[in-house]
Ligand binder design. Sequence first.
Ligand SMILES: *Cc1c(COP(=O)(O)O)cnc(C)c1O
Length: 430
Amino acid sequence: MIDFLDPTAVAHHDDWPACTGGAPVRTAPWPTYDQGAVMIDEDDIRAAERAVRSQLLFRYDTRPYERTETGMLELEMAEFFGSRFALATTSGTTALTLALMGSGVGPGDVVGCPAFTFPAAASAVAAAGAEVRLIEVDEDLNMDVEELAAKLPGLKALIVCHMRGVASDIEAIKELTDHHGVILLEDAVPVFGTTYAGRRLGTFGAVGCFSFQADKAINSGEGGLVITDDQETFERMCALTGTYEGRLKRHLDARGLPTLIDERSLPIMSWRMDEVRAAIARSQLSKSGRRRAAARHNHDLIAVAVDRLGGWRRRVCPTVGDGIAGDTMILFAPEGSDASVLAAALRAEGIPGRCLGDPTDTNARCFWNWLFCFPGTTEQQRKALAPRSATLLARAIDIPLSPLMTDTDRADLIAALRKVASLFRQEVAA
Ligand SMILES: *Cc1c(COP(=O)(O)O)cnc(C)c1O
């Protein structure tokens, strides 16, 4: 076994950075989902097969709600989160759109959105016909609570994202949105099952949204989920997914509840989950605790090693150590160093780090690339909408982690960070 905290354990690596002609730390692929580094086992395969063999791939056939894979997934998810209602859908982005439209957000409304998040939230706002207002992020790329307080008046809803697996200060944010009567929605996609202050993320807001896309903690290829305690919001979200002609009633009959809305008042988007994906998601849910523990353990080992290396500032949660999923690590280049150059140096070592705000590498997570939100503006004008976030993103290096990482992978990452840190130390000293 390699002790990756021991510098001599990686002494076989060429100390000359690969970007200046040295040998790279590694040439083996980094364990990311697009390279097949996913947790799919025989149970998942059997679950998918069971669903296909049933010949019943549509969730609303003649079977009772609680005998379908999708119905069972929803009941299991509601229990997992301690929520009154759960509804499966086709993606995280449709989940966010359902949350907005189901909460009554529409044309003429303004929705707050963090300046660092996947464009799903802004896309959902656009799909609902509403307008995005950017909220700056703080030094750790989490939603800035002070900035939010100033921008809350006039918002109909606020989407908070626990981006890259780090919880935002959701308790403080909820206090503010409650005070101003703003609907709080959570993009909890990167933190499935992760707790913050003893409570699962996604349960703080009026609606919590999740994705089952292949890169997420529950992987059914594509898929999504919304959870809520509000029955009317739930019914509207059901109707939007396509529970026409009495199908909505099945969701409520299963819980012994009467229907509160006229489902004909909402458009039918066909955002329903199918039985094969639901079967896979159920199988993955049953062992999601193990995946979560492995991701967190891997993250924490690396965090200790990075802190021991020195020089790199690590992104943390408002309550240090709490609310971390551990599927990613973001490091900041020190003052005076160019994060794009350092990220390129990391890639030369065989680690796929990306500077988020790299001007030569269009990153969908940077708000100035959301042209659909701000038509007819220049990049400079868009960056001026959240200038502090733009500056911070230009200093941030995004590194994908995986619960499948081995001691060798961790040793390689630390060795690469050490080599690249030697670059910026010289750069600063010069
Ligand atoms: C992946 C992701 C989404 C979108 O999920 P899809 O299922 O791909 O639509 C939304 N928000 C965040 C933070 C994500 O990482």
